[in-house]
Ligand binder design. Structure first.
Ligand SMILES: Cc1ncc(COP(=O)(O)O)c(C=O)c1O
Length: 358
């Protein structure tokens, strides 16, 4: 069967060229005579993969050599806990509540100190992100979710100002646009949206974040210093397949240039928003200025038609456009690897649906 149009929120579509490389390396990696998943994480071949992955992350994200680049396990959800366990140390932190995932981060952080929720978009149904908020004096860090996968909102750029270190859950928009990531002290992202398969989590740490985390009493596996000291992901057995795939996805980004990737992302998102702004048949969820270029969320003016649309979309080969179970409606996740053709086909399908039901 041919591959269909995949708008899954994650795990999500991967570049076909990366999948093809994976297919060939699974059976025999290079000329080692051993398959990718079968070789030791202490082998020279795997060591090269880690070096290359770290170098590519640094280049694409513009991170200097003194930033740590880690490939951890446990998903972004584990970092909700790790961030606070490493940085809070009984102090105060500012958290921006922009939806489901920031809520989960807030819940974990409360175990380790005082959490000030300095902004919440809850009342308005999480349809926006803030440009500014009141900062807490003496906050150890400020935590924000750069792209809200469920609500479909996204910070247009870096926060203008913040208290303490800046910490970002970038799970659903990492490496989707040029951004001065060196201004963010902690970036963490589960790989399964823009970077590869599930099971590997990218964490980058500024020197200031590393210094503060060094004093934490976090348990060994959660303590970032453990993994920094072990070098090359060797503290325990890492997700070797995931790290290889992430390295290949970063190579795919570098081959095109992040600018070109970002430009394509903007065009894809605009094609959908243009349609949703064109008539009352559609009701886009996020406010202008907060709209996500990764997860486009919308409803139908006539809600009773949503089930019909989903049924027809499924039959027509469009997968994954049902909104998150907590909010309903519809969502198209159009991460880096989602082809322009898939978005064009979706816009055509939706336009036809409007013509026949509007
Ligand atoms: C923004 C964001 N943060 C965190 C998570 C949780 O990630 P994980 O499943 O890797 O723990 C998700 C998952 O979709 C997400 O979209």
């Amino acid at each position: 069967m041919a591959r269909i149009h995949n708008f899954s929120a994650g795990p999500a579509v991967l570049p076909e060229s990366v999948l093809e490389q994976l297919r060939s390396q699974l059976f025999e990696f290079g000329d080692t005579g051993i398959g990718l998943m079968e070789m030791s994480h202490r082998s020279a071949a795997f060591s090269e993969i880690v070096d290359s992955a770290q170098a590519r992350v640094r280049r694409v994200m513009g991170l200097p050599q003194d930033y740590a680049v880690l490939f951890l396990q446990g998903g972004a959800s584990n970092q909700f806990l790790a961030v606070a366990n490493n940085l809070l140390q009984g102090g105060v932190a500012d958290y921006l509540d922009t939806g489901t995932w920031s809520n989960k981060a807030i819940k974990e952080a409360k175990r380790f100190g005082t959490v000030n929720v300095v902004f919440s978009a809850k009342e308005a149904g999480y349809n926006s992100v803030p440009a500014a908020w009141e900062q807490s004096a003496g906050a150890a860090y400020t935590h924000y979710t750069s792209n809200n996968t469920v609500a479909g909102t996204q910070f247009p750029g870096l926060p203008a100002s913040h208290a303490g270190l800046l910490v970002c859950d970038a799970s659903s928009d990492i490496a989707s646009r040029p951004m001065d990531y060196s201004k963010i002290d902690v970036v963490y992202a589960g790989a399964q949206k823009n970077l590869g398969p599930s099971g590997v989590t990218l964490v980058t740490l500024s020197p200031a974040a590393q210094a503060r985390a060094a004093a934490s009493d976090a348990p060994t596996m959660l303590k970032w210093a453990t993994h920094i000291a072990a070098k090359k992901q060797l503290f325990n057995t890492p997700n070797t397949l995931g790290i290889y795939t992430l390295e290949r996805v970063f190579a795919w980004i570098e081959d095109q240039g992040l600018d070109a990737v970002a430009e394509r992302n903007a065009v894809k998102a605009q094609a959908l928003y243009d349609l949703f702004d064109s008539s009352d048949f559609w009701a886009p969820h996020a406010l202008l200025g907060s709209r996500s270029q990764m997860n486009v969320t919308w409803r139908l003016g006539q809600r009773e038609l949503e089930a019909t649309l989903l049924e027809q979309a499924d039959a027509a080969g469009f997968s994954g456009i049902k909104g998150h179970r907590s909010v309903g409606g519809l969502r198209a996740s159009i991460y880096n690897a989602c082809p322009m053709d898939s978005v064009t086909a979706l816009v055509e399908f939706l336009s036809e649906f409007e013509r026949s039901h509007g």
